[in-house]
Design a protein around this ligand. Structure first.
Ligand SMILES: Nc1ncnc2c1ncn2[C@@H]1O[C@H](COP(=O)(O)OP(=O)(O)OP(=O)(O)O)[C@@H](O)[C@H]1O
Length: 240
């Protein structure tokens, strides 16, 4: 059996007495594009904070490329690339400087970092913007530069938290298409969104609602005879 890029088993998390995640389990297969669909407050960011170890996961088990996050945090995090919900590049540095800085955090030497920065910026279509300050990039370009940064240490899985928020229609489509393209080249992606039109029938899908996984599988099968919107409203009870 091939090993999953990400495996989450029975993870819960509370803020004081409020249980934000309740016994969450999901997997992202190698090279898969899996959408994590949930309305605001569903628990998507909390789950990402556990996977990135911003919060300690005290229950259940999280494995990245077979590495247990609690027992082997260094090995697990080395295989993870993250695009956060809010913008996280330094606007006063150039695109290349941002990438070099991130590479250094992963222990990549300067000359190797330069080679990799060129490689990943080519992948996201920004090789001609290396020397430009981030502040001068469009919103869509900044998102693509963040994806390049997330790729520089050659992770096996990318976590993208509402990566298209604030982008115009064209840039949204480009960032989504780029992420799908990356999965065709072996990187896996967990794509958190509240937008149903970002999900294709063949995608992996996990529906998270009020901290619980209500459905997981192939989007087409979850939708069944209905549209995904109808299925989502039915599962969450939001339509009643
Ligand atoms: N630091 C915190 N302290 C207390 N409650 C929190 C904290 N962070 C999140 N929550 C609560 O946990 C629940 C899940 O929030 P979370 O941010 O994970 O949802 P989300 O699906 O990412 O939504 P959004 O798209 O709005 O970010 C919400 O009810 C939120 O109010």
């Amino acid at each position: 059996m091939t090993q999953d890029a990400l495996s989450i088993q029975n993870v819960s998390h509370s803020f004081g007495r409020f249980e934000a995640l309740k016994d969450v389990s999901l997997t992202v297969p190698q090279g898969g594009f899996t959408a994590l669909l949930g309305v605001n407050g569903a628990g998507k960011t909390t789950l990402f904070s556990l996977i990135t170890r911003l919060y300690d996961n005290s229950s259940g088990r999280i494995e990245v490329a077979g590495h247990d996050l609690r027992r082997e945090p260094g090995a697990a995090l080395a295989r993870l690339g993250v695009v956060f919900q809010s913008r996280s590049l330094d606007p006063d540095l150039t695109v290349a400087q941002n990438l070099h800085y991130h590479a250094a955090l992963h222990g990549i030497g300067r000359s190797e970092a330069r080679v990799r920065a060129h490689e990943v910026l080519t992948q996201v279509g920004l090789s001609d913007r290396m020397g430009v300050k981030v502040a001068a990039l469009s919103g869509g370009q900044q998102r693509r530069a963040e994806i390049a940064r997330a790729l520089i240490h050659h992770p096996e899985i990318l976590l993208l938290d509402e990566a298209t928020v604030g982008l115009d229609v064209k840039s949204r489509a480009e960032v989504l298409a780029l992420t799908r393209e990356l999965t065709r080249h072996g990187v896996s992606a967990l794509w958190a969104t509240h937008l149903m039109d970002e999900i294709r029938p063949e995608d992996g899908l996990v529906i998270l609602h009020r901290g619980r996984v209500l459905a997981s599988g192939v989007a087409r099968e979850i939708a069944g005879k209905d549209s995904l919107t109808e299925a989502f409203l039915h599962l969450t009870g939001e339509g009643e």
